[in-house]
Design a protein. Structure first.
Length: 669
């Protein structure tokens, strides 16, 4: 049985050459240097060298991408260029092998067997649809017709960090490949609850993956994927924050808080090539159920303990037809439809609230590109999408007193939305690796329902919209040894959906905030300095402010939008040393400095986290098919606030994870 040739080759060349990588999503089929948009790629070698284990860990590796650590997998707020959402539906889309993930509660998943991650910054609604105002994260897993063999891996680190994983890639013949993979992860936790004496944020998770790839002929291929992931964790390691000093106290509350989640994701992709056009079908299904139990007063008093359960089904179908070949005029037509059902229950005894919230939607979209427009090498792209969506919320609020259920409130509310989202872009391709572009794109995020609200009028919120103006370029110098891209952007958006605490202090709701803007700059470069040495740099600057936002007696106009770092920075390097000795054939040294901040935590801009930097590193030694890694994260034990919230009039913060280190041993055969 052969070992994995691609994986081993990746170890010898720790940084993928970008213009050899072709965007293979069903939305764009172009060399990454030819896409008129800000696109970042995190390759397989970078995932290995940077020891990226989940989606949250790509935060700040990509310019103006920030994913704060909420304290559990319940929600993964993702912000790109100042656009994001802390609660309810996301403002940044996530696709895994072409399957859309609509719910933030499933964003934080295991990166095991991921081949690469692409991040497209800026509104992507014309091609991707709903809730992609900030951008899109595309995740691709490995193809079993390319990767072959088995790999076993074990990790041990401080704080009880252990991880075991295994995978097998095989094929029956040159046209049918299959893969199976599984992993288990445990962490004792990083923060102790002083009241209970146990760790607050322990975690156990396991996942299994199956993938089948059938290439029946040069014209037809299909791909079936099935993933299941289960996690059971403690969470919310919040301590009281001193607003004068910014110091966060110990975790100290009386009830164990936890989050349990099971997620099943499956998808079937089919491609058929006709003489004049290509046809693709992507069918997706996702089911998840979860349970949150949280001591929401976060004190030693038994004041406010909440349990929340949710079950959700999501079915989607996308049909796409695109022109074949690389002619002067290319086109793409598509149809997308989905059904999402969600049933949830919230208990704060004696109060019980039940929600039944189905959503249905469909969309038609088109994109045309004309090359050599007036001038040779000048191209224009025009796109348009029509979305329609209807949703409802059946809400029942009761009190249970002496085993008797007393109805308090019942609402059955319906909403529907429709929106046209256009896109315009011009690009000039100087050479295959050098181009300049300008884009104007309309962004859109659908409205919806709050699950917590004080008055009936606050049950719903409106859609938010934006216009994104961007100019940028991609460049290559010194015989392609230095490559990079740069962009300037300005976003003008209306009715921004802002999370606000309820008047009671017991929960959050979304409210539209009038007018806002975001503007900034992005720069990313990578260079092959000499044989074996590769350096990377990315930098993003964002100024995101409320232009007009009045809430009650408070006027927040001119304030910075919360959760948006002013700067994100990454400086990294990889050096590969081929020894070919008896004991070690190859050493790979990798290090990264990640900088983030300044950011504000609330609309008042009264609480903030200043700029901070984290240093990570990894050393990998390989002998044949055996790989041994030594890794460290937050090597300087930098203190910072990872998350902030207000509850029942108190201010709480979550400390950033301390220094962690460990060893990973992998063997392929």
């Amino acid at each position: 049985m052969k070992s994995n040739p691609i994986e081993n080759d990746t170890l010898k060349k720790p940084h993928v050459v970008l213009d050899e990588v072709v965007i293979t999503s069903y939305k764009e089929k172009k060399n990454i240097r030819e896409i008129p948009a800000s696109v970042s790629l995190v390759s397989l070698s970078e995932i290995r060298n940077k020891n990226i284990m989940d989606v949250k860990e790509i935060s700040s590796y990509v310019p103006n991408l920030f994913i704060p650590d909420y304290g559990s997998k319940l929600t993964s707020p993702v912000y790109i260029r100042g656009i994001g959402s802390k609660i309810n539906a996301p403002s940044v889309g996530l696709y895994v092998d072409g399957i859309p993930f609509f719910e933030k509660s499933v964003f934080d998943f295991d990166m095991n067997e991921v081949e690469r991650v692409e991040v497209l910054r800026g509104p992507q609604g014309t091609l991707y649809g709903r809730n992609t105002m900030g951008g899109i994260i595309n995740v691709y897993t490995k193809n079993p017709l390319i990767y072959q063999g088995a790999t076993l891996s074990a990790t041990a680190g401080n704080y009880g960090q252990t991880r075991f994983s295994g995978s097998y890639y095989g094929k029956l013949n040159d046209s049918f490949g299959y893969s199976v993979a599984g992993s288990y992860k445990h962490t004792d936790g990083f923060f102790k609850n002083m009241y209970t004496g146990s760790m607050a944020d322990n975690q156990n998770s396991a996942s299994g993956k199956l993938k089948l790839f059938w290439k029946k002929s040069p014209r037809f291929n299909s791909n079936l994927m099935v993933n299941y992931e289960y996690s059971d964790q403690g969470g919310y390691p919040y301590g009281l924050m001193d607003l004068k000093t910014g110091e966060i106290g110990d975790v100290n509350y009386n009830r164990y808080s936890s989050y349990r989640r099971g997620v099943l994701t499956s998808g079937l992709t089919m491609n058929y090539s006709f003489d004049k056009f290509l046809l693709k079908s992507v069918t997706g299904y996702q089911y998840f159920d979860d349970r949150q139990a949280i001591d929401q007063d976060f004190t030693t008093k038994d004041l406010y303990f909440v349990t929340q359960t949710q079950r959700q089904h999501m079915i989607s179908e996308e049909l796409e037809m695109r022109s074949a070949g690389d002619s002067r005029y290319t086109w793409l037509n598509g149809f997308f439809a989905f059904h999402q059902s969600s049933v949830s229950e919230v208990k704060v005894l004696p109060i019980v609230k039940d929600y039944n919230a189905p959503t249905d939607g469909f969309a038609f979209y088109h994109q045309s590109t004309l090359k050599d427009l007036i001038l040779e090498k000048l191209s224009a792209t025009v796109g348009l999408r029509l979305d329609y969506e209807k949703s409802s919320q059946d809400y029942d609020y009761v009190k249970i007193v002496s085993d008797v259920t007393q109805p308090v409130q019942s609402l059955d509310t319906k909403l529907d939305f429709s929106k046209l989202t256009p896109k315009f872009s011009l690009q000039y391709q100087f050479t295959p690796n050098n181009m300049a572009y300008a884009t104007v794109t309309n962004g859109y995020k659908t409205g919806g329902f709050n699950t917590s609200f004080d008055a009936d009028k606050d049950q719903t919120f409106k859609p938010e919209t934006s216009w994104n103006y961007e100019v940028g370029g991609k460049f290559s110098f010194f015989g392609d040894r230095l490559k990079g891209d740069a962009s300037l952007f300005y976003i003008d958006w209306r009715n921004q959906q802002i999370s606000q605490p309820l008047a009671s202090g017991k929960g959050l709701m979304l409210r539209n905030a009038g007018k806002s803007y975001s503007k900034g700059v992005e720069l990313a470069m990578q260079g092959n300095v000499c044989k074996g040495l590769n350096l990377q740099m990315s930098y993003g600057y964002t100024e995101a402010k409320f232009r007009s936002y009045i809430s009650g007696a408070n006027d927040f106009s001119g304030n910075y939008i919360p959760y948006i770092p002013r700067q994100t920075m990454m400086l990294g390097g990889d050096y590969t040393l081929n020894l070919n000795s008896r004991f070690i054939e190859q050493l790979v040294f990798s290090t990264q400095y990640i900088g983030t901040g300044k950011l504000y935590w609330n609309d008042k801009n009264s609480v903030n986290q200043g700029y901070y930097g984290i240093l990570n590193g990894k050393v990998s030694a390989r002998k044949g098919n055996l790989m041994v890694d030594f890794w460290i994260k937050n090597a300087t034990s930098t203190h910072y606030t990872a998350f902030y919230l207000e509850s029942l009039g108190n201010s709480f913060g979550q400390k950033g994870k301390p220094m962690t280190l460990g060893t990973t041993i992998s063997y392929s055969f």
